[in-house]
Structures are given as C-alpha cells and as structure tokens.
Design a protein around this ligand. Structure first.
Ligand code: PMV
Length: 347
C-alpha cells in the first residue's frame, strides 16, 4: 500500500466506504477528569465552540480483503498500538451494524501537528461519522456523540456546530453523557486565533494528565465542586452574548483546570514562557477595550477568542510574541460529509 497519500487508492467491489470532514472544537468550560475511564464518562460537564476551518478529513473503508484494522494518519501508516481509540469506535459501529469486516481509516489533519488542537476530537468524531455512513447506519446525532465519546471524550462535541454542551450525565452506562448544540454558529459571530507556542516539548497527553490530576491533586475536588456552576454561568453569558462576562468566566475556568493539574504530584504543567506572555498580552488588550480572551488545553498553545472587528488588533499584538505561529478561524458547523467547497477560501 502506498503510504504517502490519504486518498483511497482502490475501491474494490467488496468494500463500503465514506468520507467526512470533522472540525476541531475548543472548550470554554473544560472537561478535566473521568468518572469512568473505560467509557470516557466525565466528572463534570463542559462547553465548547466548534472551529470552522481546522479539523480532520477522514475516509473509512470496510473491506473483506483487509486482514486487520489500519490507520493511515497524515499519509503515514500508524503502528497497531496507536489504533486503540480508533478500534474502540470501529468496534461500536461494527456491533451496531452486525459487521465483521476490518476497516482502513485514512485521516488527514489540515492543521500543524504541533498546533495542539484537539486532533483526537476531530479525528475520532470523523471516524465515528464516516464508519457509520460507510455501513449505512441510520444513527441519530445523539447516538453518534455517544460512540465518539468512547473514542475520545472531547470528540462527542465535534459532531455539532456552534456552541455545544456535553452533559456530565449520571448513568453508569453513559447513555445520558452526550453532547448537543445549544446555540448555532450564527448566534454570535466570534473569531478564534490559535497561537501555536509549542517549543518542541512533548506534553503529558490529556488522558494521562487528567487521571493523574484526579488521583494526586489536592485541588481536584475544588475543581469539580466549581465546574458545573461554571458551565451554567458560561452558557448564560453565551446566551445573552455578554463578551466580558464570557471572557472572565472562561479564563477563570481554564486557569482553575490548569491549577488543579499543576497541584498534582508530580506536577502536570503545560505552560511555557510564551503561554504566559500571550495571556498577559490578552489581558492588556482587554484592559484597553479590545474584546479578547484566552483558553488553553493540555498543551502550551493558546486559543484567543475575539470578534471579527477586533481580530486584526489581537493578531498584531500576538504577532509580537517571538516564535509564535498564528492560525485564524471562525465558528462553524459540526462533522459532515466531505465537500471541499465548504471549507476553502474565507479564512
Ligand atoms: O478528549 P480528550 O481526552 O482529548 O481531553 C480533552 C481535554 C481538554 O482539551 C484539556 C479539555 C476539553 O474539554 O477539551
């Protein structure tokens, strides 16, 4: 098999396939902590925005000629140990369809690998949707969200566009722990600037980081105690489009999540000097009346949410941080069948 292209080379008669695009999403109220590791059930609810231009283009093909499941990521055949999350999703879809064939997943992320942009969220939601389309399953978005969650928690949010809530749920089987859109993307025309501050260091992956925090951080219980209230307040600020309130609440949620991780033993510490420099520049911008706030996932990179009008000022300011690459986008739709014309052009 040629490994330099993510395109399917030969579609054989025994095969069924589908191709989708699924976007990345960025949490404004973070998921940090699992109440069930196997099912990826969260200790708290979370809220996210779906990014318009960045995500995964993914093809899933089921073929009787395949001898095992395969993942080709950005043109490179991955080793079997990298397939665990993908397999979890494929197995769920196969069970639902009564399918026994293996699958080849070819996925291409249109953002730099170092961008730290929840590639598991876009990737695993894309595999869920493509695999279900390939086998012609008629699953609701709620059912797709539940399957994507089992691959990677944050993936359950990428099925939906705009402003999305993933509920904690209380059932032990996770049936009530799924995402849903609570406002469409056009509810509020926001821009996102992704400041890639990665200086080559490898981070503790989110699953390991959050589990280590849960087990060893004396601040984890405090994080959980305030997390649900934080979700409700952030949702209200979005509902009424109160930018300053959203800014303060989201930054606080992000810093509390990181504080709980920093207090783990040994520490889970994601920030680098550039991370703090960007945070301080964003605070200075806001003080001067520019609408901008930051959020940070399990890595050193910062996503700055702003408005289309203020975006050029934020861009100019962040461009002054040395070694930082800026990616610009807006809010958009959730995972869908792939059509190139939908995403090219208007960045
Ligand atoms: O879905 P995971 O296992 O990649 O975890 C995501 C964790 C954060 O990105 C830090 C927060 C979030 O809600 O996306």
């Amino acid at each position: 098999m040629k490994q330099t292209s993510w395109e399917i080379e030969s579609i054989q008669s025994q095969s069924q396939w589908a191709r989708v695009f699924s976007p990345s999403n960025i949490a404004l109220a973070k998921y940090w902590g699992k109440r069930d590791v196997k099912l990826n059930l969260p200790t708290n609810g979370s809220l996210s925005v779906t990014l318009k231009h960045y995500g995964s283009f993914t093809t899933v093909e089921f073929n009787a000629a395949f001898k095992s499941d395969e993942l080709v990521l950005n043109g490179k055949l991955e080793s079997p140990d990298k397939l665990l999350k993908v397999k979890r999703v494929l197995d769920e879809i196969r069970n639902s369809a009564g399918e026994s064939r293996f699958a080849r997943v070819q996925s291409f992320n249109n953002f730099p690998t170092a961008a730290g942009l929840a590639s598991s969220a876009s990737g695993l939601s894309a595999v869920t949707l493509a695999a279900s389309h390939a086998l012609k399953l008629d699953l609701s978005k709620k059912e797709l969200s539940e399957i994507a969650r089992k691959g990677s928690g944050s993936a359950c949010r990428s099925l939906f566009g705009g402003f999305v809530e993933w509920k904690r749920g209380s059932r032990s089987d996770g049936k009530d722990s799924v995402a849903e859109q609570f406002r469409p993307a056009d509810h509020w025309n926001l821009s996102a600037l992704i400041a890639v501050a990665n200086q080559g260091q490898k981070n503790e992956a989110s699953t390991g980081g959050m589990e280590h925090t849960r087990l060893t951080s004396p601040y984890f219980s405090a994080w959980i105690e305030s997390a649900e209230e934080s979700v409700a307040l952030i949702r209200s600020a979005i509902d009424v489009r109160d930018f300053n309130k959203l800014a303060e609440l989201s930054e606080s949620n992000c810093i509390r999540m990181h504080a709980s991780a920093m207090a783990a033993f040994p520490a889970v510490f994601y920030w680098q000097p550039a991370t703090l420099e960007i945070m301080q520049r964003v605070w200075a911008l806001r003080k001067s009346g520019v609408r901008a706030f930051f959020t940070i996932d399990a890595g050193p990179n910062v996503v700055v949410i702003t408005t289309p009008e203020d975006s050029p000022k934020v861009q100019a300011e962040l461009a002054r941080v040395s070694g930082v690459q800026l990616l610009k986008t807006q809010l958009g739709e959730g995972a869908r069948s792939f059509e190139a014309s939908e995403w090219e052009g208007d960045r």
